[in-house]
Write a protein that binds this ligand. Structure first.
Ligand code: FPP
Ligand code: MG
Length: 322
C-alpha cells in the first residue's frame, strides 16, 4: 500500500520504478530477501515520494538520476525501523512479524546494518557529490540522536519542548531532508530549497503527532502494528502529555505510564483515561496547525501539479488511519 491512490498518476510511474529498484536492492542475498521482502511490501513510501516529487518542482527530472537516491531513502528508513523495533521489542511492523521477533535482536541489528550499507552503496553509485552525501550523513546522525534521546527518557514524562525536539529529530528532519534533497536536485534557488525543507519539517511534526495518536487509537489491522506499543516500551508521547495536564485521573495515568511492567488491563485503563479527555482532539488540532504551516511554505515557483500533490500528501498525513 503506498501513495498511488492519493496522488493519482503524478508519481505512479516513478513509484513502479522505485518498487523495482527496492526489490533489486534486497535481492542479492537469499536470507536478506526472504527476511525483508514482506517488510518492504508494506510501507507508504512517503520519503521517496516526497523526494521524487520535489525533484520535479521545476520540470522533468530524469528518473535515472533520482532513482538510486529515492531507493536509498526508503532503505535508510526501513533500516531505522528494523533497529527501532529492536529497541521497542516490537512484534509487528507493516502487518508482518518484525525481524527481531522472527530472528532475534542480534540478526535484526545486522539486517538493519545491511539495508543501511546497501543504501549508501546506491548513493555512491549515483555519484551525487559531497553536498548530498553530507546531508545524508547529517540525517542519519540526527535520527540516531533522536532515538538515543527517546531511549534515555523512557518511562519519564517529557516536557513539550523535549517531546518536540524528539519528534523533530526522529521524524521531521527525515521528511524535511527528502524535500530538501529533491529541491537541490531540481536546481531550485536557496530560498525555495529552504521553503520546501520547512514544508517537510511541518509535515513531519504532524505525521509523528498523528502516529502517536494512532499508537493508542488506531486499528491494528490497518496500522499493521500493535496498539499501546509506546506505553509498553515507555515512550511517553503527546496524547499522554496532554491527558496528564487536563485529566482528573492524571495521577493514575502517570503511575501507569511511568511503570516498567504493565499489563494489558493497565494499558486499557490508560487508554480509557486518555479517551475521557480532549487529548485526541488536541493532538489533531496541533497536527492541523503544522499542516497549515506546511502548506504555507510551498514555493510559488513550483509546477502546479507538484504543489497539488504535496498538498494532497499534507491532507493525507492528518486524515490517515495507517
Ligand atoms: C519509528 O518511530 C522510528 C524512527 C522514526 C527512527 C528510528 C531511528 C533509529 C533506530 C536510528 C537510526 C538507525 C539507522 C540504521 C539509520 P516510532 O517508534 O515512534 O514509530 P513506530 O510506532 O512506527 O515504531
Ligand atoms: Mg517504534
Amino acid at each position: 500500500m503506498n501513495f498511488v491512490s492519493v496522488l493519482e498518476d503524478i508519481a505512479t510511474k516513478d513509484l513502479q520504478e522505485l518498487e523495482n529498484c527496492v526489490e533489486q536492492a534486497i535481492s542479492e542475498d537469499k536470507f536478506i530477501y526472504e527476511t525483508c521482502e514482506p517488510l518492504f511490501n508494506g510501507g507508504k513510501r512517503l520519503r521517496p515520494v516526497l523526494f521524487l516529487l520535489c525533484s520535479r518542482s521545476l520540470g522533468d527530472c530524469p528518473i535515472e538520476k533520482t532513482l538510486p537516491l529515492a531507493t536509498a531513502l526508503e532503505l535508510i528508513h526501513t533500516a531505522s525501523l528494523v533497529h527501532d523495533d529492536i529497541l521497542d521489542n516490537a512484534q509487528k511492523r507493516r502487518r508482518v512479524q518484525t525481524v527481531n521477533s522472527m530472528h532475534g535482536a542480534q540478526i535484526a541489528v545486522l539486517v538493519g546494518d545491511y539495508l543501511f550499507a546497501k543504501a549508501f552503496q546506491l548513493v555512491a553509485q549515483g555519484n551525487y557529490g559531497s553536498k548530498i552525501d553530507a546531508i545524508l550523513s547529517m540525517l542519519v546522525k540526527d535520527l540516531c540522536i533522536g532515538e538515543i534521546m527517546q531511549d534515555r527518557a523512557i518511562f519519564t514524562v517529557p516536557t513539550m519542548t523535549e517531546y518536540y525536539d524528539r519528534i523533530n529529530l526522529k521524524t521531521a528532519i527525515f521528511l524535511s531532508t527528502c524535500c530538501k534533497l529533491g529541491a537541490i536536485i531540481a536546481g531550485m534557488e536557496q530560498k525555495d530549497i529552504d521553503s520546501l525543507a520547512s514544508y517537510g519539517t511541518s509535515l513531519g511534526l504532524a505525521f509523528q503527532i498523528i502516529d502517536d495518536v494512532l499508537d493508542f487509537f488506531g486499528d491494528e489491522k490497518i496500522t499493521g502494528k500493535k496498539i499501546g506499543g509506546d506505553i509498553k516500551s515507555g515512550v511517553i508521547n503527546l496524547p499522554v502529555i496532554r491527558a496528564l495536564s487536563v485529566s482528573d485521573e492524571a495521577d493514575v495515568l502517570r503511575e501507569i505510564v511511568t511503570r516498567r511492567e504493565v499489563t494489558q488491563s493497565d494499558i486499557d485503563d490508560a487508554l480509557e483515561i486518555i479517551k475521557n479527555t480532549d487529548a485526541v482532539e488536541y493532538c489533531k488540532q496541533r497536527a492541523d496547525s503544522h499542516i497549515d504551516s506546511a502548506r504555507q511554505n510551498l514555493p510559488f515557483v513550483m509546477k502546479s501539479s507538484v504543489s497539488l500533490a504535496l498538498e494532497q500528501i499534507a491532507d493525507f498525513v492528518v486524515d490517515r488511519s495507517w
